[in-house]
Ligand binder design. Structure first.
Ligand code: HMG
Length: 508
């Protein structure tokens, strides 16, 4: 963890202009800054011990010394999924300038989209010039498994619920048998809750009536499990399947689905920042103007789901990229986040699972301006005491042990660069990345527009798509930026011109 405890200003200066270096220079800097992550005389036992790997596929000691360009060994890939025919590469980059809860941290991101890493690093530079990000997440790493019990008639519903509630400790005891390793680590099943959910009227069943169609409610048992530092989905599903027969016996119901729930409001992570208005000045605009424009952009997203979807997509640009770089189930994170963005789900939970509201889809971030009372007390003018505040709260289920983490050593390096966080720290970093990405996008959109920053960084991809040879990509991209025309046809013309120049050189 010592890499995390460098002084914030020293740490940031060390990385300034990192993007202007070559890839190999960056790799060298990485090894110098994180010697313990990249120097080891031991073979990578973690990869050898993976359930997916045969012993002779273990990497040599040298593999441990540089960030790999090709991350996944073919033998591992072949054992990871079915019908494997190869692997696909994604660039891994570093999000810089982050200070979270007072500590500097470098956050690896895997993403194909340009300007996301530049955006979060630029936003973090602004935020960290004051106090950086604050983040919180629950100390206990909870997951919820669901067991659906069917065919319980309306007159038996109350007694079924009563029997389950009265047998709570016995259910917990039995359920813990299905996660005994988690219990040994200090986790395990914590609670059992019963929900009753009204069934919807039968639809699309003209030709086939289900035997259960006459029952009016779903009886769903929630099993709350502390999964320590794991993501916990497999553990939850094992517990749900294991304990379901006992639940069926108690309730007199038939066993339905038994599976983890990916919507987990017990794992809410929050990121926030607060900076004096003048520090928000950007390009030719004052801090006050930038703040007003960002708040306007946020307020539009609040009432327009078409805009909110794009707004939230920007947040997930950041979060997904960290999830992919660190071996997380990003589909689970995506599903939970968008469910949370639906107002209906929040109201559903607040009202103890009663009926939903209008289901409107909301932006996940919030921005506002507030007065710093301490500054005001020092006699500063009103304008000098105004703070621009941003906040993002969302459910993030991640794990830093188990899952696929030992199948790909890139995950190991990336978590190492982050100081080997526990699941809570990882979730907090992801929330900060999401907030930074949204702040970067809104700041660009509301001031100079997205195209200068994004498209100029995208220009290299356009050149590659036009078949530009690798040695000419930078110059073709630069010429497109200078012409102000970053399009495939412009790239095609420039690549063609480059090729004919080359041919002429050969014949001269
Ligand atoms: P800038 O203010 O012109 O940058 O922003 P700067 O030159 O002042 O540099 C400030 C810092 O930014 C640098 O610090 C770097 O950390 C970083 P330094 O190293 O100099 O001390 N930075 C870079 N890092 C890596 N590579 C680079 C680079 N340039 C600056 N090339 C910037 C330039 C691109 C950051 C800015 O224009 C920006 O943030 N744009 C927004 C980018 C963005 O949001 N992209 C996401 C893709 S668009 C999308 O899909 C989402 C969207 O639809 C969401 C929505 O609608 O809400 C937009």
């Amino acid at each position: 963890m010592s890499e995390l405890i460098a002084k914030p200003e020293v740490h940031q200066a060390k990385w300034s202009g990192f993007y202007k270096k070559t890839l190999h220079e960056r790799q060298t800097q990485l090894k110098l800054v994180f010697p313990r992550v990249f120097t080891s005389s031991e073979p990578s036992s973690s990869v050898v011990s993976s359930v997916y790997v045969t012993p002779n596929t273990s990497p040599s000691n040298n593999d441990k010394k540089s960030f790999p360009i090709n991350g996944l060994d073919e033998n591992i890939a072949d054992n990871m999924i079915e019908n494997c025919v190869g692997t696909i590469g994604l660039p891994v980059g570093l999000a810089l300038n982050f200070i979270i809860n007072g500590k500097p941290i470098i956050i690896p991101m895997a993403i194909e989209e340009p300007s996301v890493i530049a955006g979060v690093s630029g936003a973090a530079k602004t935020v960290s010039a004051y106090n950086g990000f604050k983040a919180t997440a629950p100390v206990t790493n909870i997951i919820v498994a669901q067991v659906c019990l069917l065919d319980i008639s309306q007159e038996n519903m109350n007694s079924a619920i009563d029997k389950i509630s009265r047998s709570k400790s016995e259910i917990i005891k039995r359920a813990n048998n299905y996660c005994d390793n988690m219990v040994k680590r200090g986790g395990g099943v914590l609670d059992i809750n019963v929900r009753r959910i009204p069934r919807k009227a039968n639809r699309n069943r003209k030709h086939f009536t289900l035997s259960s169609a006459n029952f009016r409610e779903w009886l769903v048992v929630h099993i709350t499990i502390d999964v320590c530092n794991a993501m916990g989905a497999n553990c939850a599903s094992t517990v749900a399947e294991g304990v379901a027969p006992f639940l069926a016996e108690l309730s007199g119901g038939r066993i339905g689905l038994r599976i983890v729930s990916n919507l987990n409001v017990e794992r809410m992570s929050k990121a926030s920042f607060r900076i004096p208005l003048p520090m928000l000045a950007y390009k030719s605009l004052s801090g006050k103007e930038v703040a007003a424009r960002i708040i306007e952009a946020y307020e539009w997203a609040e009432v327009d789901p078409y805009r909110a979807t794009t707004h939230n997509k920007g947040i997930m640009n950041g979060i997904d990229a960290v999830a992919i770089a660190t071996g997380q189930d990003w589909r689970a994170i995506e599903a939970a986040v968008h469910a949370w963005a639906c107002d209906g789900v929040r109201i559903d939970l607040d009202n103890s699972h009663n009926s939903r509201s209008d289901n409107s889809y909301r932006p996940l971030t919030t921005y506002w301006i507030e007065k710093d009372e301490q500054l005001a007390a020092t006699g500063k003018s009103d304008d000098e005491c105004l703070m621009f505040c941003g906040e993002l709260e969302l459910p993030i289920m991640v794990g830093t042990v188990g899952g696929v983490l030992k199948t790909n050593k890139v995950y190991e390096y990336n978590l190492g660069i982050m100081g080997n966080p526990n699941s809570r720290d990882l979730a907090m970093s992801m929330a900060c990345i999401g907030l930074a990405q949204n702040f970067a996008a809104l700041r660009a959109l509301a001031t100079e527009g997205i195209q200068r920053g994004h498209m100029s960084l995208h220009a290299k991809n356009v050149a590659i798509a036009a078949g530009c040879p690798p040695h000419a990509v930078t110059s073709v991209a630069q010429r497109m930026i200078e012409k102000g025309k970053i399009t495939l046809s412009s790239a095609n013309d420039l690549v063609e011109a480059h090729m004919s120049e080359q041919v002429q050189c050969v014949y001269m």
